[in-house]
Write a protein that binds this ligand. Structure first.
Ligand SMILES: NC(=O)c1ccc[n+]([C@@H]2O[C@H](COP(=O)([O-])OP(=O)(O)OC[C@H]3O[C@@H](n4cnc5c(N)ncnc54)[C@H](OP(=O)(O)O)[C@@H]3O)[C@@H](O)[C@H]2O)c1
Length: 341
């Protein structure tokens, strides 16, 4: 029998790409999605996919859909506890162990709260295999730790009744595959701050702080492998629970390198007058991007390190980056951000 998939976040950059990837690779899968707004082209693009209308606060609908599914792929909001709890409670009602792929992010290992490394290269590199114990004991204030804690606790308590994979991508670039949002977060936010700074590409400190990156197309390969491992419903311990933590980065770049390349591109297209990056102070940085509950977001985005290695996918799936690198793809992403602004 075709596996039953329940997917959330299907209109988002990552979730829309995951939906497209699964539906295209496996038209035989029985897929249901949770959507709060159904894109116009949804029914014609995915005539066999069932839609449940609702949002992440509809715990009963989510738990019910999870109970009916063999595999839940939860994307969209990595920090939303009620929806995650609803999914877990639904999956635990199944008569046989179901599977959950939860989208987290390498923000969890970012050093943005440690002033000594703002704008400087941190030698710490995180592995999704040998650093796992350390990741599981990160402080509660670490990004996405609220939901990862739920997942680790569930594995400890109910590991015989559920199979969990924590998908933990770094910053993502490239055009998404979904029907609604197809752009990522970092590049548009950087371009906005460059404009707000009067047309200056920028870095903080030495600009040597580095982050891992993945093209959305490469990330989708990891997703597909893990979904297929779940669909095979065999050898679960090899891919899930204690062995189910997946980084996905394929490369690493410093903020200064990104700023230099962005400067050339923006200058070439007449968006800024001077291509050379400028150094910004901590005060300037702290006056940039912020969200309620995340006032110093720019420290995280532009001045922190999050250096991760996708060792598990490399070992299990011979995973490596095949799509264009961030700097090669940057012109397309920057122009997309400029054209949408
Ligand atoms: N993009 C990256 O580089 C990156 C890297 C690592 C981790 N992450 C994390 O991954 C998550 C998703 O990122 P993304 O870039 O794919 O975001 P996105 O493009 O904004 O997509 C969010 C998706 O989640 C849905 N959603 C959000 N809140 C919802 C709610 N309360 N009820 C129902 N649906 C809801 C949205 O639906 P609507 O279309 O209806 O709004 C949309 O489908 C975020 O938590 C982010 O922190 C992102």
């Amino acid at each position: 029998m075709a596996p039953k998939i329940f997917l959330t976040g299907g209109t988002g950059y990552i979730g829309g790409s995951v939906l497209h990837t699964i539906a295209t690779a496996h038209p035989e899968y029985d897929i249901t999605v949770l959507l709060r707004k159904t894109p116009e082209a949804f029914k014609s693009t995915y005539p066999n996919i069932k839609v449940i209308e609702g949002d992440y606060d509809g715990a009963d609908a989510i738990a019910g859909a999870a109970e009916m599914a063999d595999i839940v792929v939860h994307n969209g909001d990595s920090d939303h506890k009620p929806s995650l709890n609803a999914i877990i409670s639904g999956l635990l009602k199944r008569s046989s162990p179901g599977y959950l792929l939860h989208l987290s992010g390498t923000g969890i290992v970012s050093d943005w709260m440690d002033e000594q490394y703002l704008g400087k290269l941190n030698p710490k590199i995180w592995s999704d295999t040998y650093s796992l114990q350390e990741i599981k004991t990160l402080p509660t204030r670490a990004l996405h730790r609220n939901t990862e804690t739920i997942l680790h606790d569930t594995i400890t308590k109910h590991g015989d009744k559920i199979n969990i994979a924590i998908m933990c991508p770094p910053d993502i670039y490239g055009k998404g595959k979904g029907l609604a949002k197809t752009h990522s977060a970092f590049v548009p936010m950087f371009v906005k701050e460059v404009k707000d700074l009067g047309g200056k590409v920028f870095y903080h400190g030495e600009g040597t702080n580095a982050r891992s990156w993945v093209h959305i197309d490469d990330l989708m390969k990891v997703y597909l492998h893990v979904v297929e491992a779940a669909a095979s419903n065999s050898n679960a311990e090899k891919y899930f629970n204690g062995n189910g933590y997946y980084f996905a980065g394929t490369q690493e770049h410093s903020q200064l390198d990104v700023a230099k390349e962005a400067g050339k591109i923006l200058h070439k297209h007449g968006v800024i007058k001077d291509a050379e990056p400028v150094q910004v102070s901590l005060e300037q940085l702290d006056s940039m991007a912020s969200f309620p509950g995340f006032e110093k977001l720019a420290r995280y985005l532009f001045a922190s390190n999050s250096r991760t290695r996708a060792e598990r996918a490399e070992k299990l799936f011979a995973y490596k980056g095949e799509a264009p690198g961030l700097l090669e793809n940057l012109e397309a992403d920057i122009m997309d951000a400029i054209n949408r602004a």
